[in-house]
Design a protein around this ligand. Structure first.
Ligand code: APR
Length: 250
């Protein structure tokens, strides 16, 4: 696979790299995306599932849906795209992986510097006392009650209408505004504020590259688009960067 001279040159001299990933990077692991044909929002109504009012209205139903998604995540594995990003992290002085995904696959692939903008489906907390519930090994479809106060336990994911975690968003914005190269990978760039990050990076002088199987809402605003499956592209790209680094060091 050929990469552009400009991208390879930018990566050769890059000190700080930031990456934003979306559901597309996990699609090759068998995790459905949200807005592609057959995606999650085609089958389920987000307003009935992925928001606080829906949870209060019908906690067992919302809880069981997240249990169902947890089951899917536990039965899939990270793919070569996740592993490539875990490798890429070691190749730059500063590398920030910002993800919209709640599937925990970047962590399972070995990435360490992860900023989770939309939470993590493996974490759950009580809506009354905010105590985090232990690892949910009990696969149950009835909503969990907090052991400390008896309150309802919810997934630690950002629901529609909720604010993103402040610290994570600030860290993501800072990484985007101060990097040399920014990759936006497997995201439709339709959900804000995450979709702002590539534009913040571009505005602050970073070389912004999109990796996606098709154009997105921000394709026309960034520097370069690599069309194809993220797993294959990232696997090839990391091999290229490693060779460049090796040549550089001799
Ligand atoms: N490689 C690269 N890109 C891919 C691949 C692949 N193998 N498969 C799909 N894609 C791309 C699609 O073309 C699409 O642009 O991944 C993107 C998935 O877009 P969405 O389904 O909208 O997912 P995402 O962008 O992560 O959604 C953002 O919306 O509903 C909320 O909280 C949810 O975090 C999610 C947010």
């Amino acid at each position: 696979m050929q990469f552009s001279e400009i991208l390879l040159n930018k990566l050769k001299h890059a000190n700080k790299v930031a990456v934003l990933t979306g559901a597309g990077i996990s699609s090759e692991s068998g995790v459905p995306t949200f807005r592609d044909p057959g995606g999650i929002w085609e089958k389920f109504k987000p307003e009935e599932l992925a928001n606080f009012d829906a949870f209060i209205r019908n906690p067992d139903f919302v809880w069981s849906w997240y249990q169902h998604r947890r089951e899917i995540m536990r039965n899939v594995k990270p793919n070569q795209g996740h592993y490539a990003l875990a490798e890429m992290e070691k190749l730059f002085n500063e590398f920030n992986l910002i993800t919209q995904n709640i599937d925990n696959l970047h962590c399972r692939a070995g990435s360490r510097e992860i900023t989770e903008l939309h939470g993590n489906i493996e974490r759950n907390y009580c809506i009354k006392c905010n105590t985090f519930a232990d690892e949910i090994n009990i696969i149950q479809n009835k909503v969990l009650k907090c052991e400390k106060c008896g309150g309802l336990v919810r997934p630690d994911v950002v629901w529609f209408g909720e604010m993103l975690p402040v610290k994570e968003l600030q860290h993501a914005e800072h990484s985007a505004a101060n990097c040399d190269v920014f990759f936006t990978i497997g995201t439709s760039a339709e959900v804000y504020p995450a979709a702002m990050l590539p534009l913040i990076a571009k505005r602050n002088g970073a070389y912004v590259v999109e990796i996606n199987v098709k154009p997105t809402a921000i394709t026309f605003e960034i520097n370069e688009s690599i069309t194809g499956k993220s797993g294959i592209i990232l696997n090839q790209l990391v091999k290229c960067i490693t060779e460049i680094k090796l040549l550089n060091s001799n």
